[in-house]
Design a protein around this ligand. Sequence first.
Ligand SMILES: Nc1ncnc2c1ncn2[C@@H]1O[C@H](COP(=O)(O)OP(=O)(O)OP(=O)(O)O)[C@@H](O)[C@H]1O
Ligand SMILES: [Mg+2]
Length: 346
Amino acid sequence: MGWLTNLHNRTSIFTKVLVANAVIVVVGTVTTVTVATHVWHDRAAEPIVAVLFILAGLAISMGVNYGILRLAFRPMFALQVTLDRVRRGDFSARAPEVAGDPDIARVIEIANLMLDRLAEHRQAVASQVIRAMEEERKRIARELHDETSQSLTTMMVNLDVIEKQLPDPSDELAGRVRLTKEIAQRTLDETRRLMFDLRPSVLDDLGLVPALRWFVNQRVVPRGLQVEFQASGVDQRLPEELETALFRIIQEAVTNTVKHAKAKRVSITLQREPGEIRAVVQDDGHGFHPVHVVSKDDKDRGLGLFGMQERAALVGGTVRIDSGPGRGTTVSVSVPDRGRGRVAGG
Ligand SMILES: Nc1ncnc2c1ncn2[C@@H]1O[C@H](COP(=O)(O)OP(=O)(O)OP(=O)(O)O)[C@@H](O)[C@H]1O
Ligand SMILES: [Mg+2]
């Protein structure tokens, strides 16, 4: 009996119904032909003709049966394709609605509702994670500023005083003091770099455009890339969550260009239009297949592209990635403009 259970478990419902119908058709046809042969025994045809007759009847019935079942099961196949797209990372996929079969329509409706709930849950978790991450970064940057860099600065001032009071500037003790000052200065520079990467204070103090200029000059130009940066209509401050989202998305897109694209130039444009703010980061690098990246397993996938989409969604916006081998990459962001904000620099 084990093989029967095994066969039952491995056979799809479509095949089961197909086989069951085929059995009915075969039994029905054979019975009908047998009865007909006995009733009109005298006028019975040649056996070969009877067999051909049976086979033709069977082929036609099974073909019709197969066609009807394929049609009836089409919504289930569509559902399967949809769920497979979701499994591969396309969380916007939904199964098409069907008319005519209330049971299947209900299954599809429930599956689509489940996918909606899953998307909402995913979005809520992502937004919590992004907010918590941003808060934590701010906290650590503040700590580094208020504690570590203040202490290092005080240390440098004290070393300066000691150095000036040393009797012989060329002896070993003076050399050690100078070396200690150099180390303190390097550590201070490194701490400032870390503070900027965590949360650029210029973003909080002066706004998006100065922060982007700072980022480009400090992190991109020194890597030998030719950068073109244009901003229009963004003189006023934007709401904080918009500034953070746009800064992080552009930062990630440009960092990807620096890290992966082998590009010669990158252009960044930021534009405020009626009702929306648009940003485009375009490079002339070797490009990539966005679909291949999205369909990779979670463990092999970077967080950057995913994070961009989530950050944009958090402020009601979208990100479009247009790329392909040999034709560079264009990342376009569009977020709804939530009215005029604070004054830049204020
Ligand atoms: N501008 C680009 N040019 C060429 N390839 C790119 C570009 N942007 C992204 N990619 C490709 O897409 C992949 C995924 O990018 P993503 O930003 O998600 O991850 P990552 O940069 O590898 O890691 P992380 O951003 O988490 O540090 C990259 O590994 C790279 O192969
Ligand atoms: Mg990245």
